[in-house]
Design a protein around this ligand. Sequence first.
Ligand code: HEC
Length: 147
Amino acid sequence: MLPRTALAFATALSALLTLGALRAQAPANVWAGVYTPEQAARGKAVYDKRDCITCHAEDGSPGDDGIPPIKGPYFMSRWDGNTVGDITTFITANMPRTKPGTLSPQEVADVTAYLLKLNELPAGATALPADAAAVKAIRFTEVAPAR
Ligand code: HEC
């Protein structure tokens, strides 16, 4: 290979590698499988035990008296453009309505995984972290992003 060709080749290769790295760093999206089925099952237990079920019904469908549905088109568009961290922050501060602030970070992560499942978002191989900064990096979009 002539030196020039080699240089051009190296440049193209490094550009490709940079692109690859950028892709890898793109923030996770809720459509990429950000919780596990086991975690959603634990979250369902939290949902039942910690009273969510009383106000939000068994399946998160619209409740009475100004209780919003926590599944379906309303929920998906309500959080569109936010992050999973915004949902966990809201739950941590406000839910259960009767005793806000009583859920542990792990319970919040698990119950949020259950809400993602209720909204038919795909499960994956990694559990939703209980760490506030980590969930802020996961974008919530109503529609799956183009790949
Ligand atoms: C006493 C009734 C009550 C209980 C118990 C309750 N909620 Fe709520 N929830 C509400 C009401 C009312 C709202 C509307 C927002 C508000 O008033 O804070 C709400 C809002 C929400 C929202 C935001 C809905 C949206 O997208 O606008 C989520 C998520 C949620 N609740 C999850 C939970 C979870 C998880 C639990 C159990 C840990 C729980 N709730 C327990 C009454 C309740």
